[in-house]
Design a protein around this ligand. Structure first.
Ligand code: KG4
Ligand code: ZN
Length: 348
């Protein structure tokens, strides 16, 4: 059996092919970084137009690398949400058309769940699992007692971790996306030079809030007259990155103290960050819990994670019908099969 995955939730167009052992036969990712770079952030309308223009040749390339013809694909899986609605609709409509024409089943995949799935492609992960998804759009903690049992424990109430890094990098004119730039530029900087407090939300919650860290960073930038060329930039970026990582680890630690946890997964674009990977490994060692962080290519948005999770859902009979809609936000008790009529009912 061959499984094809499609991912277009934000600004990467990706198509992957896996076999039924979930080996990756191809995982082609086309990044739109160059398109969005002049604006310092993803422009939704440009993103969907690019997906529309590129999706068919990314499909062809993915099939070529896998050495397969489209007729040999047995199952189509696609990211249904959350994400940018225009971008999602390109992938979802494309996947629906393929499924309909070739008369093969279609599975809709939750983007955040698929980020965590990336760790399962490469590792045998023992349950219960605490999963941290850190990306440009989300900072969320999930608890999984068993396979596919995704329970959202916490989310960000404002900016996501990656978004915060992207915005500060934009403010300093460092380029886009800011996360990898900060990762590189912070290397060797004095992370103790500028102090950031761990943000506190008054209620007892594991939710994140990054807007305070962003404001504190802007305050330091102004007060210390930090700019692109100043000598203190490296130390500032190291301190800022350190603060974000401390905050992520702080909430993960609080979460694992609440329930039995055998493994931690850290996934999503920000999980490419070298300092975060190192600090997470040190932290989990100190707590005697295994940590699984996907290899960098599987941290960024990619379709292999979609195909892998989609295949598992297919085995549980979770296919979607052609009236299934894309969804832009993560719903609690999210039903992947949610259809437009159900959505309308829910929000009436
Ligand atoms: O998961 P992803 O590819 O797309 C979303 O679903 O958002 O994540 C993109 C985010 C961006 O904010 C980018 O700056 C961040 O991941 N990122 C990083 C690194 N590489 C990508 N952040 C910190 N360090 C990195 N090395
Ligand atoms: Zn993502």
């Amino acid at each position: 059996m061959y499984v094809l995955g499609i991912e277009t939730s934000c600004d990467e167009t990706s198509v992957a092919v896996l076999n039924d052992k979930r080996d990756i036969l191809s995982n082609v990712i086309l990044s739109q970084d160059e398109i969005h770079s002049p604006w310092g952030g993803v422009v939704p309308e440009l993103a969907s137009r690019e997906h529309l223009q590129n999706i068919d040749f990314i499909l062809e390339e993915s099939l070529r690398i896998a050495g397969l013809k489209i007729e040999e694909i047995d199952l189509f899986c696609v990211t249904q949400g959350p994400g940018l609605i225009g971008s999602l609709l390109v992938g979802l409509t494309f996947a629906k058309a393929l499924s309909l024409y070739f008369e093969k089943p279609l599975v809709g995949v939750n983007h955040l769940h698929s980020h965590l799935e990336a760790a399962f492609i490469e590792n045998d992960v023992e349950f219960p699992v605490l999963g941290l998804v850190v990306s440009g759009g989300h900072t969320s903690i999930f608890y999984l007692k068993r396979e596919l049992d995704f329970n959202l424990v916490s989310k960000t109430r404002d900016d996501a971790a990656g978004e915060t890094m992207d915005k500060i990098a934009k403010f300093l004119n460092l380029g886009y996306p800011g996360g990898p730039i900060i990762d590189r530029m912070a290397e060797g900087g004095d992370y103790e030079r500028y102090k950031f407090a761990i943000p506190k939300i008054k209620e007892k919650t594991l939710d994140f809030s990054f807007s305070g860290l962003k404001t504190a960073a802007l305050h330091i930038i102004k007060k210390e007259k930090i700019d692109k060329n100043s000598n203190n930039l490296k130390d500032f970026l190291a301190s800022f990155q350190y603060a974000i990582i401390n905050y992520l680890i702080h909430n993960v630690e609080r979460a694992i103290d609440m329930d039995d946890t055998s493994s931690i997964i850290v996934a999503g674009g920000v999980a490419r960050n070298r300092e975060l990977r190192k600090r997470m490994a040190d932290f989990s060692k100190s707590r005697g819990i295994n940590v699984f962080i996907p290899s960098p290519k599987l941290c960024t948005d990619n379709a292999a994670m979609v195909a892998s999770l989609g295949y598992k859902l297919f085995l549980k009979g979770k296919t979607i019908s052609y009236d299934a809609s894309a969804f832009s936000r993560y719903y609690i008790n999210n039903n992947e099969n949610i259809s437009l009529p159900q959505l309308i009912k829910k929000y009436k």
